[in-house]
Ligand binder design. Structure first.
Ligand SMILES: [Zn+2]
Length: 324
C-alpha cells in the first residue's frame, strides 16, 4: 500500500467522525498553512485566508481529504492538496479550482461562496477540490516545475491525466507509462476512487488565461458544444461583461462555436472526468464518465482580478442554480 493510499484511509477516518466537533479539529488543522508561506501579491487572498475559508464546511459535516502533501522542488514546506465532500453521497457535482497557480480568480471566488456551497451540499452531493496546486497559488506558478507556459519546457501540471487516458488510436494503452508528477498521480487516483461513492454528473473546472483578451467555455461532456449548461455559462459570462471569443480558434487551434469549444483531447483532468474508459495499472476499466464537463477560461489580459473573481462567482452561482 502506498503512502498515498494510507492518506486516503486517514481521510476516511475524518468522514466517519464528520459532523462531530472532534472531527473539525484534526481536519481543521490541515486548514492552517504555516504563516511563513507568503502569497504572491496581485490582490489575491493570502493562502492562509483561502484555507481558513473552508472551515464552515467542516462545521456542517463535510469531510476533508488530504489528496497529497505537495512540496515541489524549490519549496520549503509541504502544502496539502485537499478535497471537501458533502455529507450526502451519490451522483455529484465536482468543482475544481486552482489547477494552474497563476489563475487566482477561481480559488478566490470559491473562498467567498463557501456558504452557497454548503447550502448546495445540503441538497445534493458535492466534491470540491478548491486549490489543486497550493504552491502554484502561493508563488504564482502555473506548473509544479516552471512558472509559466513554455513552448520549450514541458510544464508539469497537477491535472495531467495522460497516464490514465487511453491513446486515441490504441484504446488499451495509456498515453504515458507513468504519471508526470506525484501530485498528478494522487489527483487521478482520488478522482477514480471517489467516483465510486460520488459519481460525477457535472464537473466544473475554473481557469483563466492571461494571454487572451476574450474568454470561452470548453464543454468536454457527451453533449459537447450543445450542452445547455455550457450555453448557460456563456450567457453568464456575457452578463458579467467578460469579453468572449464567439467564433474562431483558440491559441491551441481548437474550434470555438458560439463561445463554446466541444470535446478536446488534451490529457487534462477534465478529459479524465468525462472519460467512459480509462487505463489503471495497465488495465482498462470504466472511467468517471461525467455527462457534463465544463472548463471556464476567463481572459486575464485587460481584465482586473476583481472583475474575474466576480465572473467566476457568477459562474459558480449559475451552475449551482441550473443544476439544482
Ligand atoms: Zn488554466
Amino acid at each position: 500500500m502506498s503512502t498515498r493510499r494510507v492518506q486516503a484511509l486517514c481521510l476516511a477516518g475524518f468522514s466517519l467522525l464528520a459532523g462531530h466537533a472532534a472531527a473539525v479539529e484534526p481536519a481543521g488543522a490541515v486548514l492552517q498553512p504555516p504563516a511563513a508561506v507568503t502569497t504572491f501579491d496581485d490582490g489575491r487572498a493570502p493562502i492562509q485566508q483561502i484555507f481558513a475559508s473552508y472551515r464552515p464546511l467542516l462545521e456542517q459535516g463535510w469531510s476533508l481529504d488530504v489528496v497529497y502533501e505537495s512540496q515541489p522542488a524549490g519549496t520549503d514546506v509541504a502544502l496539502p492538496i485537499i478535497a471537501l465532500r458533502s455529507p450526502l453521497q451519490g451522483p455529484a457535482i465536482w468543482l475544481f479550482t486552482g489547477i494552474h497557480g497563476e489563475e487566482p480568480a477561481g480559488p478566490n471566488a470559491v473562498a467567498s461562496l463557501v456558504d452557497d456551497l454548503a447550502a448546495l451540499g445540503r441538497e445534493r452531493p458535492v466534491v470540491l477540490l478548491p486549490l489543486c496546486n497550493p504552491h502554484g497559488y502561493a508563488r504564482n506558478w502555473r506548473y509544479l516545475n516552471i512558472p509559466v507556459y513554455s513552448e520549450t519546457i514541458e510544464g508539469s501540471s497537477v491535472g495531467d491525466s495522460s497516464h490514465l487516458l487511453p491513446q486515441p488510436d490504441q484504446s488499451d494503452t495509456a498515453r504515458a507509462a507513468v504519471a508526470s508528477s506525484p501530485e498528478a498521480e494522487a489527483l487521478g487516483r482520488y478522482v477514480i476512487e471517489m467516483s465510486a461513492t460520488y459519481p460525477p454528473e457535472v464537473s466544473i473546472d475554473l481557469h483563466e488565461d492571461n494571454l487572451i483578451e476574450k474568454g470561452y467555455v470548453y464543454s468536454q461532456g457527451e453533449r459537447g458544444a450543445e450542452d445547455p449548461l455550457a450555453l448557460a455559462a456563456r450567457q453568464v459570462l456575457e452578463q458579467t461583461g467578460i469579453p468572449l471569443e464567439m467564433n474562431g480558434r483558440t491559441r491551441f487551434d481548437e474550434e470555438i462555436v458560439n463561445g463554446v469549444i466541444g470535446p478536446v483531447t488534451d490529457s487534462s483532468i477534465d478529459e479524465l472526468m468525462s472519460s467512459r474508459w480509462i487505463i489503471v495499472d495497465g488495465k482498462v476499466q470504466a472511467g468517471p464518465g461525467a455527462r457534463t464537463v465544463l472548463v471556464f477560461e476567463t481572459p486575464a489580459k485587460n481584465t482586473t482580478l476583481n472583475q474575474r473573481i466576480e465572473a467566476h462567482k457568477a459562474l459558480i452561482r449559475s451552475q449551482l442554480a441550473v443544476t439544482d
